[in-house]
Design a protein around this ligand. Structure first.
Ligand SMILES: C[S@@+](CC[C@H](N)C(=O)[O-])C[C@H]1O[C@@H](n2cnc3c(N)ncnc32)[C@H](O)[C@@H]1O
Length: 191
């Protein structure tokens, strides 16, 4: 079976990343999952991405939302040049790009129905802040969770730390998907 090309805005974002030598964009399987999960966000729902990068994950999220303007997306990027790169794509009006440190901003952002935690802050450190921002029934997606991809002990420790934080939150239902870079999806049970 031939894989169809990604949606045009995703292709454009991948090209933008390559042209600016930005190597950290999410893989296609993570992007497709983001699109599927974004499509399921309820009317009035809120989506958060930590770490905008060149905008590849964001392009998958907006693809999932299709023409919907009844949900909003907030994406946070610490590095001003990278944030400007993603902004150059001219995202739809219901997407807000914010420049700043995810960990510093998280306590003031409110709750979200879908979170893609893809930055140092709010994932490798401060994951508890991200979990607090997950609405009842909300879904969290994390990639880069396969320790076999890493050689350094500190990377193994970081992944173990993320898994321990997730396991300690008994309001979460988790699945560990052995695809791409290793994906964990966690849903917060409604209380
Ligand atoms: C893995 S890349 C993001 C890729 C993007 N989510 C995608 O799917 O294409 C991580 C990004 O997080 C940004 N970042 C690192 N630490 C951050 C922090 N504390 N707050 C916000 N962004 C951060 C980096 O500058 C980098 O652009």
């Amino acid at each position: 079976m031939t894989t169809p090309p990604p949606p045009a805005p995703v292709e454009a974002a991948v090209r933008r990343a390559a042209e600016h030598s930005f190597p950290y964009s999410c893989e296609r399987v993570a992007g497709e999952l983001l699109a599927v999960l974004a499509a399921a966000v309820p009317a009035g729902g809120r989506i958060l991405e930590l770490g905008t990068g060149a905008g590849v994950g964001l392009a998958w999220i907006t693809h999932g939302l299709g023409g919907r303007a009844d949900a909003t997306v907030l994406s946070v990027e610490q590095d001003p040049d990278t944030a400007a790169l993603a902004a150059s794509a001219g995202p739809p009006s219901w997407v807000t790009l914010t420049t700043g440190d995810a960990e510093a901003l998280l306590p003031g952002l409110g709750r979200f129905d879908l979170i893609f935690a893809d930055a140092e802050g709010g994932k490798w450190s401060g994951l508890d802040l991200t979990l607090r921002a997950l609405a009842d029934g909300g879904v969290l997606l994390l990639d880069d969770m396969d320790p076999a991809r890493y050689e350094l002990p500190e990377h193994h420790r970081a992944i173990a730390g993320v898994r321990a934080t997730l396991a300690a939150d008994d309001g979460l239902v988790l699945t560990d998907l052995p695809v791409g870079t290793g994906i964990i999806i966690a849903t917060r049970r409604p209380r």
